[in-house]
Write a protein that binds this ligand. Structure first.
Ligand code: DC
Length: 216
C-alpha cells in the first residue's frame, strides 16, 4: 500500500453531498494549475460497473474486485453524476474492502510531484492525513437540497424539493454513520460553511485558506 506520508503539496477538500466541495476543488485546481480528482467518481464508477453487470450492490466481494481493477479512464462519464449512481455509490462506499482497494489509486494521484487537489469524504482523515491544506466544506441540509434541486429541475420537471432534501438527509446519515472512514472533519481541517455564500465568495474564502497554509 502507498504510504500516507509521502511529501507533495496536497489540497484535501471534504464535505457532505452537495456542499459545493467539488466546484471549489475544481476552481482551486484550475487556479493553481494542479491536477484534480473527484474521488466520489471512483465510488460511482464501482457502483456503475456493479449495476451494469447486474450484480447486487450487497455483493461485497464483487464490489471489492471491481474497485481493485478500477481504471481512472472508466470514470469520465456523465451518467455517473446522476442521482441513482450517487445513491448506489454511497452503498458500496460503506464497505471497508472497497475503500481499501481504492486507497493506492488515490494516494498515487495525491502524491504526484505536481501536488494535487482531491475532494471527497475522507481525504483529510484517511487518504492524505498529512495534506498541507484541509478544508471541510459544509452547508445546511436545506441549502444543499435547494442547490441540488435547482440543478436537477433544469432537466427534470418531476423533481420536488422535499424529495431532494430527504435524499440528502439519507445520504448524510449513511456517509456519516458508517464504520469505515465516516464523513467527518479532520481535527486540523478549516471549516468552511457555504450556507450564506455564493460560489465566488466561497472560492475566495477557500483561496484565503490555501494562501494562509502556503505561507506557514
Ligand atoms: O461526492 P459524491 O456525491 O460524488 O460521492 C458519492 C458517494 O461516494 C458518497 O455518498 C459517499 C461516497 N464517497 C466516499 O465515501 N468517500 C469519498 N472520498 C468520496 C465519496
Amino acid at each position: 500500500m502507498v504510504s500516507a506520508d509521502k511529501r507533495a503539496f496536497v489540497i484535501a477538500i471534504d464535505g457532505p453531498a452537495a456542499s459545493g466541495k467539488g466546484t471549489l476543488a475544481k476552481r482551486l485546481a484550475a487556479h493553481f494549475g494542479m491536477p484534480h480528482l473527484d474521488t466520489g467518481m471512483l465510488y460511482r464508477g464501482v457502483a456503475r460497473v456493479m449495476l451494469d453487470d447486474g450484480r447486487s450492490l450487497e455483493d461485497v466481494d464483487a464490489a471489492a474486485d471491481v474497485a481493485e481493477s478500477l481504471d481512472l479512464a472508466e470514470i469520465a462519464e456523465a451518467r455517473l453524476r446522476g442521482k441513482e449512481m450517487g445513491e448506489a455509490a454511497s452503498v458500496v462506499a460503506a464497505y471497508p474492502k472497497v475503500r481499501k482497494a481504492l486507497i493506492d489509486l488515490q494516494r498515487r494521484f495525491a502524491f504526484q510531484p505536481s501536488g494535487a487537489v482531491l475532494d471527497g469524504r475522507d481525504i483529510g482523515t484517511v487518504i492524505a492525513p498529512g495534506a498541507e491544506v484541509k478544508i471541510f466544506v459544509t452547508a445546511s441540509p436545506e441549502v444543499r437540497a435547494k442547490r441540488r434541486f435547482d440543478e436537477l429541475a433544469k432537466t427534470d420537471g418531476s423533481v420536488t424539493l422535499d424529495a431532494v432534501l430527504a435524499d440528502i438527509r439519507k445520504r448524510d446519515e449513511r456517509d456519516s454513520g458508517r464504520m469505515s472512514a465516516p464523513l467527518r472533519a479532520a481535527e486540523d481541517a478549516h471549516l468552511l460553511d457555504t450556507s450564506a455564500l455564493d460560489i465566488e465568495a466561497a472560492f475566495r474564502a477557500a483561496l484565503a485558506v490555501v494562501e494562509s497554509c502556503r505561507s506557514n
